[in-house]
Design a protein around this ligand. Structure first.
Ligand SMILES: Cc1cc2nc3c(=O)[nH]c(=O)nc-3n(C[C@H](O)[C@H](O)[C@H](O)COP(=O)(O)O)c2cc1C
Length: 329
């Protein structure tokens, strides 16, 4: 199977404008999706759209010409349609609907994965948004899990989404109840593909080029979306593209993190720099024992200067991927 598209997954509170910029600079990513905009009562002002997706001002692309899709979450078809139209008017080329979020507060208000229990509601939402976008160049996509408590309605939800007008569908291969617990059930993606009339993008538990290969073999999906794996190893998409089995060194990871923190530092409070540094370093732990050690050290940092110094020192160790990412703190 030829290499397909690799998408950076939306991750609320993690994958913001700056993370998208850093990861698409390193490369190998074909498109990104914003964190979700929660649609509840009234049409949000334009500035909120720009805040979530500053890339709307640059043709809905990152600084490295990688498209950014705009994600909405909610349950009110008319209101979601209004938001989709506004996103399109502001420059979004793709609007994505979230039917996978497992968060309690979101589900309590009937948004995200809870809707997978009522395929007719999903149909109404997708249809209303697709109709609203009919006269705009923007297209509609969706993202779902295999179900809420179980997988019994998975084909009904697929039918609702594709018959109502979505042009492609990302499937996170777990139910809401399964949360983030491994494994992801890639074999279900193969069953979904058999009945699908739109492209299905595989998502869940891709941490390495070997996982990428196995996920595509088992699911038969050409395209994949990767979330936590790309945070744990920002070089993963390029390693897949270039068939590099060597892993980045701890110095490569520290350089990426230092770059990101120095990018956000001028615009945010010091406490935020520290928090984001610890957050991303925590997500890198999955990568190696050295990354676990680095996290233990970042955890003890009490200021932005301290964490930056630690990362700068760590980045002086031998680098493997300096040709892919030349930044040196
Ligand atoms: C912290 C966090 C935030 C997330 N936020 C979103 C979101 O805003 N929209 C969405 O569709 N999925 C969201 N997800 C789900 C991911 O996009 C993805 O489906 C999931 O992490 C499985 O992929 P992975 O195993 O490659 O990480 C989030 C996941 C995490 C861990």
């Amino acid at each position: 199977m030829p290499l397909g598209r690799i998408a950076l997954a939306p991750m609320e509170g993690v994958v913001d404008f700056h993370v998208r910029k850093v990861l698409t600079e390193i490369g190998g990513i074909d498109f990104c999706v914003t964190e979700f905009m929660r649609v509840t009562t009234q049409l949000q002002p334009r500035k909120i759209f720009y805040k979530l997706c500053p890339e709307l001002k640059t043709a809905a692309e990152t600084a490295y010409q990688v498209p950014v899709h705009y994600q909405l979450l909610g349950n009110n078809p008319e209101l979601l349609a209004e938001h989709a139209l506004r996103a399109a008017d502001l420059g979004a080329k793709v609007v994505d609907l979230n039917f996978g979020c497992p968060a309690k507060t979101v589900n309590k208000h009937k948004g995200g994965a809870v809707l997978l229990q009522t395929p007719h509601e999903i149909f109404n939402i997708v249809q209303a948004v697709a109709q609203a976008l009919e006269d705009s160049p923007a297209r509609l996509t969706a993202k779902m899990r295999l179900g809420y408590e179980d997988k019994s309605l998975v084909f009904e939800n697929l039918a609702a989404i594709q018959e109502a007008g979505a042009t492609e569908l990302v499937v996170h291969a777990r139910t809401k109840v399964e949360g983030y617990k491994p494994p992801a059930h890639w074999q279900w993606l193969a069953r979904i593909r058999e009945k699908a009339t739109i492209p299905i993008i595989a998502n869940g538990e891709i941490w390495s080029p070997e996982d990428y290969q196995r996920c595509r073999d088992v699911s038969g999906c050409t395209d994949v979306m990767i979330g936590r794996g790309l945070l744990a190893d920002p070089f993963l998409a390029q390693r897949i593209r270039l068939n590099i089995l060597d892993q980045p060194s701890i110095a490569d990871l520290a350089a990426v993190l230092h770059y990101y923190l120095s990018m956000i530092a001028p615009d945010v409070p010091e406490i935020f720099v520290l928090a984001r540094g610890k957050q991303w370093s925590n997500m890198m732990r999955k990568h190696s024992i050295e990354a676990c050690d680095l996290f233990d050290q970042t955890k003890r940092c009490t200021s932005a200067v301290e964490i930056m110094n630690l990362l700068e020192k760590t980045a002086q160790q031998p680098r493997y991927f300096q040709d892919l990412f030349a930044y040196q703190p």
